[in-house]
Design a protein around this ligand. Structure first.
Ligand code: S3P
Length: 170
């Protein structure tokens, strides 16, 4: 629709469990904007859950779907946009984000394990959450930092406090 054209007001990146969807919804409320997230776009388009896409077609296939979903959302969504935790792995996606206000919601390992737990719905953390989390963050931290125009630490902050810090950073 016509109101759905333009660029995102803010894009949230960061690992799973960092609060992108909770904080994103709060931000949308505060900004009088619409919240959207690319995981939900993919589930809607595919008609199946993310975990099922990973199991049935593999991570590479999911990443291709995600690249397309981010491209579409960035082109048409003039609101708050949250990306899946691994979206920054893709170089094309990182290039698309370069001109946008992108906030990285960071989180330490212990907070991650506490919030995401055994990650039944998150296929990447199923076996050894703490070790897998460290490996994941060692591989991704610099990518989140590369795309971010601001970093907001989420440890020991409520979602409301994180949302406020994001607004302050914009
Ligand atoms: C992933 C994060 C998930 C989802 C998928 C892969 C990742 O999104 O896209 O399970 O690679 O970190 P959330 O960060 O919204 O949980």
């Amino acid at each position: 629709t016509a109101s759905e054209s333009g660029r995102p007001l803010v894009v949230l990146v960061g690992p799973m469990g960092s609060g992108k969807s909770t904080v994103g919804a709060l931000l949308a409320e505060r900004l009088g904007a619409v919240y959207r997230d690319t995981d939900a776009d993919i589930v809607a388009t595919e008609g199946r859950e993310i975990a099922d896409i990973f199991v049935e077609d593999g991570e590479d296939h999911f990443r291709a779907l995600e690249r397309a979903a981010v491209r579409t959302a960035v082109a048409e969504h003039r609101g708050v946009l949250a990306l899946g935790g691994g979206a920054v792995l893709d170089a094309d996606t990182r290039a698309l984000l370069a001109p946008l206000p992108v906030v990285y919601l960071s989180m330490d390992v212990e907070a991650a394990v506490r919030r995401v737990g055994l990650g039944a719905a998150r296929p990447l953390l199923a076996v050894n959450p703490r070790r897998q989390w460290r490996e994941l963050m060692d591989a991704r931290r610099h990518l989140y930092e590369e795309v971010a125009s601001a970093v907001v630490a989420t440890d020991d902050r409520t979602p409301e406090e994180v949302a406020q810090a994001v607004l302050d950073a914009l």
